[in-house]
Write a protein that binds this ligand. Structure first.
Ligand SMILES: Cc1cc2nc3c(=O)[nH]c(=O)nc-3n(C[C@H](O)[C@H](O)[C@H](O)COP(=O)(O)OP(=O)(O)OC[C@H]3O[C@@H](n4cnc5c(N)ncnc54)[C@H](O)[C@@H]3O)c2cc1C
Length: 373
């Protein structure tokens, strides 16, 4: 008899089994508005496939698990050797792997690539937001790397690859690679000119050794990083690979992972450099000018990610109000509730429309190759 008091009624079923792309009219219409007509069918087909995966019960569960079981730092192996690796729950690899294989790091130089990627990023953020960090940084590193054509030729195919290959190995042995960014130090976040990490040139052209710390370096499991440090000619941008070409590990001492309120699925670390090998990207003294290409593209994703979270909130709220009943009827039929939901929907659609407009501008200014957005 006691169990009868635990009968579950008037609770809402999970929002799963839908197409996240086509269920969103503002998103689908935005893609139609900005797409070249010849590309529209193909773009829609890709986004529909991603939208269905995103709305599946399995993908939504990956998103929940990736946040329930956050990453763990392993500074040493059991024998005391320094390894500086990060362990993730399998759900994280599912989420990030799907993002990479859906081409969410591949937009530069592809006709209509930024619009398609932006809409895909928008859809996939509604599965899980933290994976957007390495996805965004990998995509955004491309225009900054192009300041150094040799490095771009070597790394760009790996960064835009649709293959997800986790694990620390020389990048040359990987079909796909991920990138992060290290600018912020304890004494200066926005004000990167206050950076104290030093870069000592080696005899070989373009090679340096870095010594110093980075207070915020997200996604430290990535294969390479764009980093700011003080060279003899001033603040300069560098490429720091996790693993050197000969297979030995570069010095990349992860001190601890950040204990964050949001973005919990993704690792963010504090990192020490101590004679860390690096390649210069762009001229000495032009560090901010060089890395700003990466920063700007990640900021586009801040717009997209925020708009996507607004959309997911509206979708959840409307879904909840559709099923939940109070005072003799569904919440969605109550005039005041409709006002609130309509207000949220309006804000969300405006944010979606603006985000896609911004992303499509990148297809005009960012497709030329030299310098990107
Ligand atoms: C989840 C997360 C992930 C991150 N990942 C990375 C990463 O991967 N790599 C990396 O390098 N950094 C990363 N950061 C750090 C981020 O780049 C810094 O937090 C950011 O640059 C701001 O620096 P700060 O927090 O030191 O704030 P401060 O620079 O101390 O600024 C404090 C406040 O003053 C405001 N302010 C600053 N300058 C001005 C100005 N000129 N005029 C008016 N207001 C101003 C700021 O907006 C802020 O509100 C991450 C941060 C977070 C929260």
């Amino acid at each position: 008899m006691a169990a009868t008091t635990h009968t579950v009624t008037n609770q809402v079923p999970p929002l799963v089994g839908y197409d996240v792309f086509n269920a969103d009219r503002a998103l689908a219409e935005g893609v139609e508005r900005h797409s070249a007509p010849a590309l529209l069918d193909e773009t829609r087909a890709e986004l529909t496939a991603l939208g269905r995966t995103a709305g599946s019960a399995a993908a939504q569960e990956w998103g929940a698990q990736a946040n329930e079981f956050p990453p763990k730092l392993r500074t040493h192996d059991r024998y005391g050797n320094r390894i500086d690796e990060v362990d993730f729950h399998p759900a994280w690899h599912q989420v990030l792997g799907q993002a990479v294989s859906a081409g969410l790091t591949d937009a530069w130089g592809r006709p209509g690539g930024h619009l398609r990627r932006a809409a895909g990023f928008f859809v996939w953020t509604q599965v899980e937001a933290g994976n957007g960090c390495p996805v965004s940084m990998t995509h955004a590193a491309v225009p900054a790397l192009r300041a150094e054509p040799d490095l771009a030729a070597e790394w760009e195919p790996r960064l835009t690859s649709h293959r997800y290959e986790p694990g620390l190995r020389p990048a040359a042995r990987k079909a796909g690679a991920l990138f992060g960014m290290g600018m912020t130090e304890k004494q200066g976040g926005s004000d990167v000119r206050a950076n104290t990490t030093g870069a000592r040139p080696l005899d070989t052209e373009g090679e340096y050794l870095l010594t110093g710390h980075k207070w915020f370096c997200s996604a430290p499991m990535c294969d390479g990083f764009l980093v700011l440090a003080q060279a003899p000619g001033g603040l300069t941008c560098f490429l720091v690979p996790r693993v050197l070409d000969d297979g030995t590990r570069n010095v990349f001492l992860i001190q601890r992972l950040k204990d964050k309120l949001g973005n919990r699925s993704n690792a963010s670390g504090e990192v020490e450099f101590d004679g860390t090998w690096a390649r210069r990207v762009g001229e000495e003294g032009r560090g901010v000018r060089t890395i700003i290409e990466m920063v700007a593209a990640t900021r586009l994703d801040c717009v997209l990610g925020s708009a996507a979270l607004m959309r997911q909130s509206v979708a959840q709220a409307v879904h909840h109000a559709t099923y939940r009943e109070a005072f003799g009827g569904a919440l969605i039929d109550k005039p005041l509730m409709r006002n609130v939901l309509a207000d949220l929907a309006l804000e969300s659609e405006a944010a979606t429309t603006l985000a896609l407009r911004l992303a499509s501008a990148y297809d005009v200014i960012g497709s030329g190759g030299g310098g990107g957005g």
